[in-house]
Structure formats: C-alpha cells, structure tokens
Design a protein around this ligand. Structure first.
Ligand code: LIP
Length: 268
C-alpha cells in the first residue's frame, strides 16, 4: 500500500501542477475524441521510473506504454490520468490510479484472473487519497470507508460512463434510457477510478460501466470491495471490459439482472 500511495501522490502532484500551464494533446486513441495529453505520458513515465527504483523486478501494465514483464510475480497496474477529458477541460474529477496485482503463473495481468493486493487512487485537484489493501479495509485520507446500505433501486444514485466509439455509445445510450426511469438519478463523473471510490465512500449507491480497461478498474475495484461492495461482471463473469457492476451485495443483483436482460454487455 505504501509504494502505491507514494508513487500515486508523486504523479498526482506532477499532473496537478502541470494543469496550471497549457494542456497539450499528444495523441488520440479509440476515436478522435479519446485523447492522450502530454501529461498522461509524463505521469506514466514518472510512475514507471519510480516503480523501477522502489520495486525492481516487478512488472508494469499502464495505459500509455507497453507491458513490462515481472520477474517477481507482482505487477503494477497504473492509470497516469484517469479522467483525461476532465483534465483537458479543467474539471477537477481526474485521478492517478495505482494497484499491485498478482497473476496465475505464466499469465499476464488480466482482471479475469488477477488478485489485486493493494490500490491507491489520488485525486490531486481536491487532495483526496483513497487506499486499500486486500483484507485490510479501505480508507479516504485515513478514515475507514463503507458503502451505503442497500436501497430500493428507485432510490439509488447510479454512476456510469461511456466509451468513445459511436457504436458503443449508441448501445450504452439505449441501456441508460431504460434504466433512468427506474433509479433516483444518474451521474457520469468521467473517471472510472473515482466512480468506484465514490461508491466506496457513499457518494454513489451503484455503478456500472462497459468498456473498462485493466488500469481503469484495478485500484478502484479493491477500494470498493474493501469498503463492502461486490464488484462483478454479468452472467457469472468477473468484472472487466465486457461489464463492471459494483454496489452493496443486497442490491447489486438487481442492477446485474437489468443489465443482463437488456444485453448491456453487447454493442448493438
Ligand atoms: C476514462 C474513464 C471514464 C470512462 C472512459 C475512459 P481515461 O479513462 O475513466 O470514466 O468512461 O471510457 O476509459 O481515458 O480518462 O483514462
């Protein structure tokens, strides 16, 4: 936990101070609207350099660079800026996400099979630090976290997010349009890591999203779980790119049932 927090805080400080200057777009990814800023690249470079110093032999899976292999059996899964579009627009909901994971022997880190040992999400703009260790609970700035008690679906504030490709968004909009009348309201915060931390700290009752990458969910999923949430996929699968659903055990199945029935894990 200590290493995750140390490097996440350092990267958080880099991107926070970097936001005071001009934010330049360095590249695009899945669509022209899915941007990478120069600070995404600088933050990941810092994370990789510091992890190599502090944990030589560990591998790194990051959003902006190639997988580096592990000789120790531990990988660091890092998102140098989660919420890049918020960062670009000067909105505060962006974060650095760092997690330590182990994988079954001979396999690369994959949310379907990994075990997340520790995670830290730093929101540098408001100075919040979320930390969790497997079996050790989750904290926000040192205060223990607990998800909200299960409410009827109609009373739930539900977080979600969208991909950047039009076909995926069309299907996400269809699923959302049917869900919206069944819940209290919807939030699209713009950072999956912060969505999962909001769930852990009572700022959301439920969360779901299709399309999450390993670095979007590694640290946040442990923080949510350690705060008492179930984090799962649909149709008995673990959380991952097809679908991630999170919430208190007594309510998450209602959302899972709706998402399964509406085919939310497929693009139509
Ligand atoms: C983003 C997420 C956001 C999600 C986007 C994207 P990035 O990550 O955290 O909530 O809806 O699809 O993956 O690109 O800002 O690291």
């Amino acid at each position: 936990m200590h290493v995750a927090e140390t490097v996440a805080r350092e990267a958080g400080e880099l991107i926070r101070t970097g936001r005071e200057g001009e934010v330049s777009v360095a590249a695009t990814k899945s669509s022209a609207q899915d941007v990478v800023t120069a600070m995404d690249l600088a933050s990941e470079a810092l994370l990789r350099r510091r992890l190599a110093e502090l944990r030589p032999g560990d591998g790194v899976l990051g959003e902006e660079d190639a997988l580096t292999q592990s000789s120790s059996g531990t990988w660091w899964v890092v998102d140098p800026i989660d919420g890049t579009v918020n960062y670009l627009y000067g909105l505060p909901a962006y974060a650095v996400s760092v997690a330590a994971v182990t994988s079954p022997a001979g396999t690369d880190p994959d949310p379907a099979t990994w075990t997340v040992l520790a995670g830290c999400v730093v929101a540098p703009q408001d100075g919040r630090t979320y930390v969790a260790g497997l079996g050790q609970g989750a904290t926000l700035d040192g205060q223990a976290l607990q998800v909200n008690q299960a409410q009827p679906l109609i009373d739930c504030l539900v977080g979600t997010g969208f991909g950047y490709v039009a076909a995926r968004r069309r299907s996400q909009a269809r699923v959302l349009a049917e869900l919206l009348p069944q819940v209290r309201d919807i939030r699209r915060i713009g950072s999956a890591a912060l969505d999962l931390c909001a769930l852990a700290s009572g700022g959301l009752d439920l969360y779901y999203e299709r399309g999450l990458q390993p670095w979007d969910l590694a640290a946040g999923s442990l923080i949510a779980q350690e705060a008492g949430a179930v984090v799962t996929g649909l149709r008995g699968q673990p959380a991952g790119e097809a679908m991630t659903v999170a919430g208190p055990p007594a309510r998450v199945h209602d959302l899972v049932a709706y998402l399964e029935a509406s085919g939310a894990d497929q693009d139509s």
